[in-house]
Design a protein around this ligand. Structure first.
Ligand SMILES: Cc1cc2nc3c(=O)[nH]c(=O)nc-3n(C[C@H](O)[C@H](O)[C@H](O)COP(=O)(O)O)c2cc1C
Length: 137
């Protein structure tokens, strides 16, 4: 398989539990169909999402996600071939991002615009390590 990964950030447009549950249900249904796995870090001020899977499927998912009116300002930070999956056990892991990404103040101060691919990648690797430490993987 031609494994590919992408990471984007966006700004939630209306954020509450019902909307988040709807997004996760849509994501998990489509991703199970498409062979995509990944993680969604979700907070009222920002989404960061890691998608991995067949390149054509990841690109198609990104295109649909980009048209979704439940968020704004979708910005792709990483789109590259991948040697292996990082979130292979999850159709879409979700995490409330309490401590290891930017603070809300950082986000207000344009951290997203200054972000490097390495920085956004590192958030997800920390999340993966946290899941491993919990014995979930
Ligand atoms: C923050 C966010 C994350 C999403 N994550 C995914 C995802 O991982 N995979 C996916 O297929 N759709 C995801 N979606 C939903 C898509 O935008 C879309 O609703 C879904 O793919 C169904 O598309 P369709 O109605 O054209 O079939 C996400 C949407 C949002 C707002």
């Amino acid at each position: 398989m031609n494994l590919f990964r992408s990471i984007y950030t966006s700004r939630p447009f209306g954020f509450d539990a019902a909307m988040l549950n709807g997004i996760l249900a849509d994501a998990r249904r489509a991703n199970t169909r498409d062979g995509i796995t990944g993680a969604l870090i979700c907070r009222e001020d920002i989404y960061l999402q890691w998608l991995e899977g067949p390149e054509d499927k990841v690109r198609q998912a990104l295109a649909r996600i980009g048209r979704d009116d439940r968020h704004l300002e979708v910005k792709v930070h990483v789109a590259e071939p991948a040697a292996e999956r990082v979130f292979g056990d999850w159709a879409m892991l979700h995490d409330p991002a309490t401590s290891w990404i930017w603070t809300q103040q950082d986000v207000t101060n344009d951290a997203v615009d200054r972000a490097t691919p390495e920085e956004v990648t590192s958030f997800f690797l920390r999340l993966r390590d946290k899941m491993s430490a919990q014995g979930a993987n």
